[in-house]
Structure formats: C-alpha cells, structure tokens
Write a protein that binds this ligand. Sequence first.
Ligand code: AVI
Length: 329
Amino acid sequence: MNSKEYTQIELYDCKPGQERFRAEVLSGLRKSQKELPSKYFYDEEGSRLFGRICTLDEYYIPRTEAVIMEGHIEEMVELLGPRVLLVEYGSGDCAKVRVLLDHLHDPVAYVPVDISGEQLLRVAKELALNYPRLEVLPVCADYTSSFQLPISRRRSDRVVVYFPGSTIGNFDPIPAKNFLEHIARVCGMGGALLIGVDLKKDPAVLHRAYNDRDGVTAAFNLNLLRRINRELDCDFELEWFQHYAFYNPWKGRIEMHLVSLREQTVHLDNAAIHFGKGESIWTESSYKFSLDEFEQMAATAGFKVEQVWTDNQQWFSIQYLVNTERETE
Ligand code: AVI
C-alpha cells in the first residue's frame, strides 16, 4: 500500500450514554409543555425513515440543496482553497459530501461526526476505499456538545466545517448562536463554515413538506416513542399519539408535535407521566430564515457571510461563512 493511502479506520467514540438519554427524556416530559430532543430521532429505524423523507416529492430540501451544490461546486472549492481539513456535522450516510470531496484540491482529511456509530464506521470505511489519498477520521459524538477534533497526519491550511441540510434550523435561536460560536472555535480564525440554510417561503409548501401524503414524516415522529419504549423500558401506546406539524409564522418555524388522543398515563422509571386529551409533546422545531436574519445571527457568533447561493425559487441557500473573530478552543 502506498504510504499516502489511508484505509485503516478507527472510530473516536464520544457518544452520549443511555443515562443522558434517560435524563433528557425524563426532564423533557416533566415540563409543562412536554418536549423531547429531536436529536434522538436518529436510531437505526429513524435514520432509515429520514432517508425515505429525503426522497419524498414534498420534502424539497435535499434535491434543492443538491441542485445548488452541483451548479456552484467550482466556485465553492475555489473559496475553500487547497489542503482543507473538512469536518462534517451530522454526516449520516456521507452522500452529500462526495460532491465536495470529488472537487476539493488535495483535501488533507475528512472528519465525519455523527451520533449513529455503526452507520458512521461503515460509511467511513467505504469512503476511505473510494478516496485512498484522503485520511478519514470518523468521530461518534453528539455534535451539540463539545468533543475533541482528531489530529490529522498532514497539516491543513484551514479547517472548514460542512453543515448541510439546514439542520441549523433544528436549534432554537440561542442554542443556534451558541452552536455557531462553537463551530467558529472548532474551525479557528480564518476557518470557514459551508452551511445549508432553509429559507422562508409559502407556508403551504412548508406544510406539505412536513405532512407528506404517505405518512413517512408521521412514522418518523412516532418512532421516537418506539425508541424510548425499547431503550428506556417505557410504555407509550403509539396508537394513542398522532403526528401534528404546522408552520408558526410568528416564530418562523415548523413545529412538530405528538398529540395525545386520549387521557393517559405513561411510566418511565418511577415516574408516572400524565397526558390530557389533546396535550402534546413538542418533538422538533425547524426554523426557516430570511437571508438577513441568518446573516445577523452568524455575525453575533463571529462569522461573516462571504457568499450565498440559492435556487431559482429562493427556497434554500448554501452559505459560505468565514470566522473573523474567534480563536480555536
Ligand atoms: C434534519 N432536519 C433538517 C430535518 C428538518 O427538515 O428539520 C428533520 C425533519 N423533520 C421532519 N422532516 C425532516
């Protein structure tokens, strides 16, 4: 094997344990507006269902983002420059990053970060085979908490974080700003962020995207309860909860809930959690931005928006941000 080829893949495991999962579920269900963190959607079945959502006609995000990427990839890699260390948050099946990896000039390493360890190791091995000159350093972690970036063998000219899919929209405004600040520290002064940002649009389009006719999004939402039953030995009766998603124009976000169809009590450890008929568990927010709103939020985190690419309908954007303020952690 050529010494420049990297096919030995080791996983850096910083995955949150079951105890944290249990604690976050319990504290969310004890709130007056019950809630569950959306990051727990992605067990094996949840990741599979999300993969199906991404193929739905109604869910415009992946195809719109892909069209923008493909149409502007040359400009993007020019801006990113050579010898980049590329970090992807929430890398999933690592499908999107391939366009970048195919075009980047001599990338030093690729660090996919994901909470789903088995999938991560499998796709990291595949990538290492497909890109033998690239060092692949997978990190299994909840990327919303801080974790140590692995050190690449070759020195990079800059660290670039890739955060596609508008997952930034799944954070509330203050956590979103904190998260962008954390990214700024990871990529360091002069480092950059290439991020997918979903834009404000006709609420009817948004409503359809989160209420697809095949009920895949509903199954994705309900699967969270199935996961909690299985992993935390809880007794949610899934047939008595219903998916409910709507656009809240005042807050500029889709809210996804699970509504209790009757009065009922659910048990978790020693806690009995009571639900009134019609009461909901808030499972996800998906914020939609105007270009100005996003630019302002990025600026509060120390990022300057240098370039924005959108589709013809201005439904989605990919933005290139440079860290002008924050030193590395
Ligand atoms: C991952 N995230 C950007 C998706 C979204 O659109 O907020 C998750 C999703 N929820 C329902 N459908 C898709």
